[in-house]
Ligand binder design. Structure first.
Ligand SMILES: Cc1cc2nc3c(=O)[nH]c(=O)nc-3n(C[C@H](O)[C@H](O)[C@H](O)COP(=O)(O)OP(=O)(O)OC[C@H]3O[C@@H](n4cnc5c(N)ncnc54)[C@H](O)[C@@H]3O)c2cc1C
Length: 379
């Protein structure tokens, strides 16, 4: 194994080769794909994965070293983030040899895009109440049901699916995690238009969709444990700065100067708060063992504070949809900000999780936890 200094040198060499590969690519998804392929082929795409699956089996410090070197010098992961930060680590940790062989390399290399098929119209915060059914039929699973808010589903090749495989047991116990091939007649993806004007997420309808029998992660009925494991990866990634970005403090400081309000004491205090919060969340992320809901909550608070400041500073001109602002229109940044508190589980749910799992407070009362799912009354 190389030393950290040698490793950093290797990373810098790779980063220097990157701009020439990206020179003709404008589309964010295409840029991400080129970057991920080059990174994987250079042996830097699976640092903490086992060697058998294209990984290097390196300790955590090397992953941090890569992040430090690459910061600001590589394209975002765009639609690949869900696979790379959430689905693939879950398959690495819990999937069978068959699943690891089939999915890790193409996912890490940017050859396949993943989406997360968790939320349903009647199961968001109460995720264990999901009603999508998967029924075993010979060497396949047949899936029927509907998902919603599925980010990036239009581009996805694979979906990590939570489905109910046994309705006769209490709701947390009858769920399985499966891998759904998205490109098949039984899967219909309908984009949902958000108030930002963009269709970031989708509805996904499954009608007799098919999954090979062996594409269950871990084992049948073990889905809730895996759902929680994947959510921990999701929350850590969001808390560490993955996914949507808050409006940057530097942009807001420039705007305050432009509007000649940078001497306003209340505004200065808010900008200072924004700056200190960004530092705090950065330090929290360096601590090992921190509960992912802590950093997720900090990031969501950061996103809302930044957009609140932008709202006060940018308007009325900021209401113009194309206001010429560098880094995206102010209106877009402001309208996108509620998503910070919802995607990956709402702020209220993070607080309850911390209360119950970290502070040891009593569990939320639930009337349907111990009865068979098929006996639970639903609307
Ligand atoms: C940008 C974005 C991307 C997303 N991407 C995906 C994705 O790719 N895949 C996916 O599966 N889902 C995705 N989601 C869905 C997201 O996980 C859900 O929106 C979230 O879990 C909340 O569920 P819900 O929308 O059904 O709201 P509800 O669960 O109906 O909640 C409504 C309100 O009630 C509050 N509430 C509910 N239950 C409780 C409780 N027990 N205690 C206190 N308060 C409570 C909530 O905090 C919320 O404020 C995405 C959402 C957003 C905004």
């Amino acid at each position: 194994m190389s030393t950290e200094a040698e490793f950093r040198h290797e990373v810098r060499e790779f980063l220097e080769s990157l701009p020439s590969l990206l020179v003709d690519a404008d589309d964010p998804l295409e840029r991400a794909r080129i970057y991920l392929r080059a990174r994987f082929d250079a042996g830097l795409g699976a640092l903490d994965y086992p060697t058998g699956h294209g990984g290097r089996d390196l300790p955590r410090e090397f992953v941090s070293a890569y992040r430090q070197e690459a910061s600001g010098r590589v394209p975002g992961e765009a639609g690949f983030g869900i696979g790379i930060s959430m689905c693939l680590p879950t398959i690495r940790d819990h999937g069978s040899h068959e699943l690891r062989e089939r999915f890790l390399r193409p996912g890490l290399r940017g050859d396949e895009i993943w989406c997360q098929l968790y939320s349903e119209p009647g199961a968001g915060s109460d995720l264990a109440g999901l009603a999508t059914r998967a029924v075993r039929d010979g060497d396949e699973w047949i899936v029927n049901g509907q998902k919603v808010w599925t980010s990036g589903a239009v581009d996805a090749d694979m979906g990590i699916l939570l489905a109910r495989t046994d309705p006769t047991v209490p709701k947390h116990r009858g769920i399985s995690m499966l891998v759904l091939p998205m490109d098949q007649p039984g899967v219909e993806v309908r984009p949902l238009r958000q108030m930002t004007g963009v269709s970031h997420f989708n509805e996904v309808f499954m009608e007799d969709a098919r999954i090979p029998a062996g594409w269950v992660v871990a084992s049948e009925g073990d889905g809730w444990r895996l759902a929680v494991a994947l959510l921990a990866y999701e929350r850590s990634s969001l808390g560490a700065g993955g996914g949507r970005q808050p409006i940057s403090t530097d942009r807001l400081i420039d705007l305050a100067r432009e509007r000649a309000v940078n001497t306003d004491p209340v505004l200065r205090q808010d900008l200072a708060r924004l700056h200190s919060q960004a530092s705090i969340v950065g330090w929290l992320n360096q601590r090992s063992g921190i509960h992912p809901s802590v950093t997720k909550l900090w990031r969501s608070r950061q996103g809302r504070l930044a957009s609140g400041i932008a709202g006060r500073l940018a308007f009325p001109g900021g209401a113009a949809w194309d206001d010429g602002a560098e880094g995206g229109s102010w209106a877009y940044g402001i309208l996108d900000s509620p998503a910070h508190s919802l995607g990956g589980g709402t702020d209220e749910i993070q607080r309850s999780t911390l209360g119950e799992r970290v502070l040891g407070l009593p569990r939320e009362p639930a009337v349907d936890r111990d009865i068979p799912f098929s006996d639970v009354r639903r609307n």
